[in-house]
Design a protein around this ligand. Structure first.
Ligand SMILES: O=C(O)C(=O)C[C@]1(C(=O)O)C=C[C@@H](O)C=C1
Length: 263
């Protein structure tokens, strides 16, 4: 994966890290579109609904998938974190040979609980239609795909923070020594970049999520998007996902990482 090769090359620049974040937008949006193919399917989330599983069907899918992925080394990447870290099997592969790019603090910052919470409590009902078509396993696997892509993007904040710190230690070190969260937040925030991200992801949602028909219609002929056009995932929901959750949580990861950067 491109994002991975950036992180492991050791040549970290803000431009490269931002390129990796832009590529991850495509993955996130495609996975949301995939999940939107199924209705909400709420029985998948009910604990005790299926007596064969100790919790919900979703929890079962996530735990079993994470156990397998852990054995093949998924969580050896600093930006990959499990949602159920308790008693995961160890990787069966040798540890990565490349020298670490990040400060070891990265290993102790996992905000997946917050991601899980906003995804199921707030985001999913905004883009999955109400209803139940019985395809619980597909919906649950698709949820995990979305969660993993979002989590990876947010924890990629380590790399953004590392490169910003390396570029201007003179700016960051005093705020780190003072453990000044607000000061760090100000230093690492670029409002103009955030505005571009919101616009770009909404545009990608329009392009990737348009209904393709062989019959031209008035909307297709004009290049402008139209409120009556139907998208697989509402572009304003994708923009809101970035504005309310992904970017603020990526910044939280950056702050948490920087606070420990001189330890
Ligand atoms: O590009 C950066 O500088 C980042 O820190 C990433 C990011 C984002 O999450 O997209 C977060 C904070 C900045 O204000 C702008 C964008």
């Amino acid at each position: 994966m491109a994002a991975e090769s950036n992180s492991k090359s050791g040549i970290l620049t803000l431009e490269k890290v931002r390129e990796a974040l832009i590529k991850q937008e495509d993955t996130i949006i495609s996975r949301l579109i995939q999940r939107a193919n199924f209705p909400l399917n709420s029985p998948a989330y009910d604990e005790g609904k299926f007596p064969s599983f100790p919790g919900s069907l979703l929890q079962f899918v996530v735990k079993e998938t994470e156990a397998l992925q852990s054995k093949v080394g998924r969580y050896e990447n600093p930006e990959e974190h499990p949602f159920f870290p308790e008693s995961l099997p160890l990787s069966l592969l040798p540890p990565p040979a490349t020298p670490p790019v990040l400060h070891p603090a990265a290993g102790s910052i996992n905000i997946n609980e917050k991601i899980w919470e906003f995804y199921f409590d707030e985001l999913l009902p905004l883009f999955a239609a109400p209803g139940d078509d019985g395809s619980y396993a597909s919906a649950a696997s698709s949820d995990l795909d979305c969660l993993q892509a979002i989590s990876r993007r947010i924890h990629y904040g380590y790399y953004v923070a590392e490169v910003k710190f390396k570029d201007s230690p003179q700016d960051y070190e005093p705020a780190i020594r003072d453990q000044d969260r607000d000061g760090l937040m100000k230093l690492l925030t670029f409002v103009d970049v955030e505005e571009m991200v919101k616009k770009r992801v909404a545009k990608k949602a329009r392009v990737l999520g348009q209904e393709v028909s062989l019959v031209d219609n008035a909307n297709a002929k004009t290049d402008k998007h139209n409120a009556s056009e139907k998208y697989k995932v509402d572009p304003s929901v994708v923009s809101r996902l970035y504005e309310e959750w992904i970017m603020p949580l990526t910044k939280l990861v950056q702050v948490e990482y920087l606070l420990r950067r001189l330890d």
